[in-house]
Write a protein that binds this ligand. Structure first.
Ligand SMILES: [Zn+2]
Length: 289
C-alpha cells in the first residue's frame, strides 16, 4: 500500500475520498475530517446491519434470563409462582428483581432511578411479553434498517424508547412499566413517516401497513389492561419526530451528525446497563448484610 493511499480516508460527513490531513473537507467543509473523534469505531458504527438486531436480541434475552435466575435465587419457591399465573404471567420475573434491574414508572423515578427511562427498554415482564416484542423487532427491524441505516435506527430506537417511558411516567403517572415496545412503536413511527414522505406505491403500501399495526395496537391496548398505551403512544410520536428530524437514507445520506448521535446513544445504553449491574450488585450486598 502506498503512503498516499494510507493517507486518504472517506470524509465522515460526505463520504468523499479526501486526505486524512486536511484541515477541513474540501467538499463539505467539515473541520478536521481525519480526527480520531470523527473516525473511531463507535462513530463509524459498531454494528453491521444484521449484527445490530442480533445485539438487541442478545441484550434483551440475557437480561430476561438474568431476571428469572435472580428471582429464583431470591426465592426458590418462585418457580411454582412463575408457572401458575396463567399465560400472561408465565415465567414472570419478581417485581423486586425488575425494580433493581431498572424497570421504570412513577415508583422507581420517585426513588431517583432516572436511568430507568433507558434501562426499562431492555426488561420484560413475562415469556409472552419478551416473545412478542422480539418477534416484532425481527419483523420491523430489517425494514427500518433498510430505509434509515444502522446509525439512524440506533437513535430512533433509543430516543424513541426514552420518549415512550417519559410520556408514560410524566403524562399518565404509570406506577411501573417496562419492555421493548416503546422503542418498537418508535420504529413503527419511523415507518409511518417514511411511507408518508416517500409516497408512491411502495410508500403508500408501507404507510398502510404501519397504520394497520397502530390500529391493532390501539384495539389491543384498549381491550387489555396490562398494556402501557402511554409508552406506546409516546414511542410512536417520538419515532415520527426523530425520523422527521433525521430524514431517511434515500433523501439524506448518512452524515457526521447521524453517526455522532448514534454513538452517543450506544454509549448511553452501554453506560446505563453497566450502571444497572453495579446498582444491582450494591443492592444485593446491602440486602445480605
Ligand atoms: Zn466532506
Amino acid at each position: 500500500m502506498s503512503s498516499a493511499k494510507r493517507n486518504s480516508i472517506l470524509c465522515p460527513n460526505c463520504n468523499k475520498l479526501i486526505s486524512k490531513d486536511e484541515e477541513s473537507c474540501p467538499y463539505c467543509g467539515t473541520a478536521r475530517p481525519g480526527s480520531w473523534l470523527k473516525n473511531n469505531p463507535l462513530v463509524q458504527g459498531l454494528f453491521k446491519e444484521d449484527g445490530l438486531l442480533k445485539a438487541l436480541l442478545i441484550v434483551n434475552v440475557t437480561l430476561y434470563v438474568v431476571s428469572l435466575a435472580m428471582s429464583m435465587m431470591a426465592n426458590p419457591e418462585y418457580i411454582k409462582q412463575m408457572l401458575s399465573g396463567g399465560l400472561f404471567s408465565l415465567f414472570a420475573p419478581g417485581s423486586g428483581v425488575l425494580y433493581m434491574l431498572g424497570m421504570s414508572g412513577v415508583g422507581p423515578m420517585a426513588q431517583g432511578h432516572w436511568w430507568s427511562l433507558l434501562s426499562a427498554n431492555y426488561l420484560h415482564g413475562s415469556l409472552l411479553h419478551i416473545g412478542f416484542n422480539m418477534y416484532a423487532l425481527m419483523q420491523l427491524g430489517p425494514l427500518v434498517l433498510e430505509e434509515y441505516g444502522t446509525h439512524r435506527f440506533v437513535t430512533i430506537y433509543t430516543v424513541g424508547g426514552v420518549a415512550g417511558f417519559a410520556a408514560s411516567v410524566y403524562l399518565h403517572h404509570t406506577p411501573f412499566t417496562l419492555g421493548a415496545s416503546a422503542s418498537l412503536c418508535a420504529l413503527i413511527g419511523a415507518v409511518l413517516f417514511f411511507g408518508h414522505k416517500r409516497g408512491g406505491t411502495y410508500g403508500k403500501e408501507l404507510f398502510k401497513q404501519a397504520g394497520g399495526w397502530v390500529l391493532w395496537l390501539a384495539i389491543f391496548g384498549a381491550l387489555s389492561s396490562g398494556i402501557d398505551n402511554w409508552a406506546h403512544g409516546g414511542g410512536l410520536v417520538g419515532g415520527i419526530i426523530i425520523a422527521a428530524l433525521l430524514g431517511y437514507k434515500q433523501r439524506v445520506a448518512d452524515k457526521l451528525y447521524h453517526k455522532m448521535l448514534s454513538a452517543a446513544c450506544v454509549l448511553a445504553t452501554a453506560g446505563t446497563l453497566v450502571w444497572v449491574l453495579i446498582y444491582t450488585l450494591m443492592a444485593l450486598s446491602k440486602a445480605r448484610s
